[in-house]
Write a protein that binds this ligand. Structure first.
Ligand SMILES: Nc1ncnc2c1ncn2[C@@H]1O[C@H](COP(=O)(O)OP(=O)(O)OP(=O)(O)O)[C@@H](O)[C@H]1O
Ligand SMILES: [Mg+2]
Length: 94
């Protein structure tokens, strides 16, 4: 959720949806992630070019690595769909 805030345009809408099938979706219409960068975002300390961020606090590149570890440890699933300069969606299946 913090990523959705950091990497999207001020005043844009972020949608967080939890279904009773155990699916959590966080969708933003921000800077997006390119196809070539997508495979790396769950690596520790990986950050896409910080000059593209709208927020000064760009972070350390650890958030998604921790999310992925938590997801794996619990046997959940995580998926990401993104289009550069358009939108990003993280879907966690509990
Ligand atoms: N919703 C998003 N939209 C665009 N890019 C994203 C999004 N979420 C993650 N990214 C990209 O993936 C990188 C890794 O994300 P991650 O959450 O691990 O690190 P961070 O947010 O930079 O730092 P931290 O979470 O440790 O504060 C980010 O730096 C950013 O480049
Ligand atoms: Mg983060």
């Amino acid at each position: 959720m913090h990523n959705a805030i950091k990497f999207s345009h001020p005043n844009s809408e972020i949608v967080v949806k939890l279904t009773n099938k155990g699916t959590l979706t966080i969708k933003d219409t921000g800077i997006g992630i390119s196809k070539s960068e997508l495979p790396h975002i769950f690596e520790r300390f990986y950050k896409v070019d910080s000059s593209r961020t709208f927020d000064i606090d760009t972070g350390s590149g650890l958030g998604l690595a921790i999310v992925k570890k938590t997801v794996d440890k619990n046997g959940w699933k995580i998926k990401v769909k993104s289009e550069k300069d358009k939108e990003t969606q993280f879907i966690i299946q509990f």
